[in-house]
Design a protein around this ligand. Structure first.
Ligand code: NAP
Ligand code: ZN
Ligand code: ZN
Length: 364
């Protein structure tokens, strides 16, 4: 279905079409099929037919309004891979038929120092996220990858390494970059002991990436069923975090800890694993605050930090790094009709280690 609409900006007529998507109308409602509008490619846009979309815990937090500020209807999904089906007249980077990927960002101001430095995620004006951000073209909110297709400015579209399995590449677009960026920022490498807390979508990518960067990797998990897996994924050691004796093994010994836990937990237990001048970067984003004891930080001059996804140049760098080291996500493929069930399993930590939606299921 096609319709000529007037865009929010400048009153320019913008041609749009309706595409099928899966989303939710309210925090308490299940996700279901709905139609959304996509613009036709403007001169610098590419249109991507979505083949696979990963399921991030942020999708669930947002769909259920756990961070507040969700605009409904909400169509999540920011781990997108697909094929380019049309391009605007000025597009240089891509052509029809190319494989391409879109992560968590689809635009930013492009003028502030952070944008110029390739740190678009920290744009001073406002980054535009793939879903639940204001859409300057259509005046609505942006809609994510649980949909047939997406239209994105070529500057925010990534190249996919040819040697990697496409479905298993999708989770790199969020889980991959969100763990790669802090590991790089804190110079993780040989000679360092690195802790990864929470073996979910992000955590399992953190293990693979930290290992490929040359670090000694210690996984902290609440799930005894994941111990063997953690080793298979590359961990040198695994600590069952509910066991106080095991938690003493690395106390004061780790150089860096990456915390990727999606729910409330005692952050002090992990700060206490750091040696002098060690840093803990929080990437997990639980709904409620995490209390920090002064004496978890002071005696060892420790740093408690955070990190958000990654900018466009670093996301491409991460994809190329994964291509070189043959790193992809461990995935369980689902159909879009299984998404509500997948969210319930995510809440129980029951995924090994990322759900990826086969978007062909939406066309049925
Ligand atoms: P996920 O696949 O659901 O993994 C979360 C893991 O946390 C679980 O597998 C589990 O690991 C652990 N966990 C869950 N509940 C727990 C609890 N009550 N106590 C202790 N551990 C618990 O989620 P994800 O997609 O990796 O995302 C993780 C978090 O990162 C989410 O909050 C997400 O929104 C956030 N995120 C942040 C960014 C960013 O830019 N900073 C980007 C993407 C996602 P074990 O079974 O091993 O204990
Ligand atoms: Zn995500
Ligand atoms: Zn900016």
């Amino acid at each position: 279905m096609e319709a000529i609409r007037t865009s929010a900006e400048g009153g320019t007529a913008m041609k749009t079409k309706d595409v099928k998507a899966f989303g939710t109308e309210a925090a308490e409602a299940a996700l279901q099929q709905l139609n959304i509008r996509r613009r036709y490619p403007t001169p610098h846009d590419v249109e991507i037919d979505i083949l696979y979309c990963g399921v991030c815990h942020s999708d669930l937090h947002t769909a259920r309004n756990e961070w507040h500020g969700t605009i409904y209807p909400c169509v999540p999904g920011h781990e997108i891979v697909g094929k380019i089906v049309s391009v605007g007249e000025h597009v240089k980077k891509f052509k029809v038929g190319d494989l391409a990927a879109v992560g968590c960002l689809v635009d930013s101001c492009r003028e502030c120092q952070y944008c110029k430095d390739g740190l678009e995620q920290y744009c001073e004006v406002a980054n535009v996220q793939t879903y639940n951000s204001p859409d300057k073209y259509l005046g609505s909110q942006t809609y994510g990858g649980y949909s047939e297709s997406i239209v994105v400015h070529e500057d925010f579209v990534l190249r996919v390494p040819e040697n990697l399995d496409l479905a298993a590449t999708a989770p790199l677009l969020c889980a991959g970059i969100t763990t790669y960026s802090p590991l790089k920022h804190w110079n993780v490498g040989p000679g360092q002991k690195v802790g990864i807390v929470g073996l979910g979508g992000l955590g399992h990518m953190g293990v693979k990436l930290a290992k490929a960067m040359g670090a000694e990797v210690i996984v902290f998990t609440t799930s005894s069923s994941k111990i063997e897996d953690a080793k298979r994924l590359g961990a040198d050691d695994v600590v069952l975090s509910k066991d106080r004796d095991q938690m003493r093994r690395y106390a004061g010994k780790l150089h860096f800890v990456l915390d990727a836990v999606s729910a409330e937990h005692d952050i002090n237990l992990y700060l206490n694993q750091l040696r002098v001048d060690g840093a803990l970067a929080l990437v997990g984003a639980p709904e409620h605050p995490l209390p920090v004891a002064a004496f978890s930080l002071i005696p060892y001059r420790r740093t408690f930090a955070g990190s958000m996804i990654g900018g466009l140049p670093e996301t491409q760098e991460m994809l190329d790094f994964c291509g070189k080291h043959n790193i992809v996500s461990d995935i369980e493929m689902i159909s879009i009709q299984q998404i509500n069930e997948a969210y319930e399993r995510l809440l129980k930590g029951d995924v090994k280690y990322r759900f990826v939606i086969d978007m062909a299921s939406l066309k049925k």
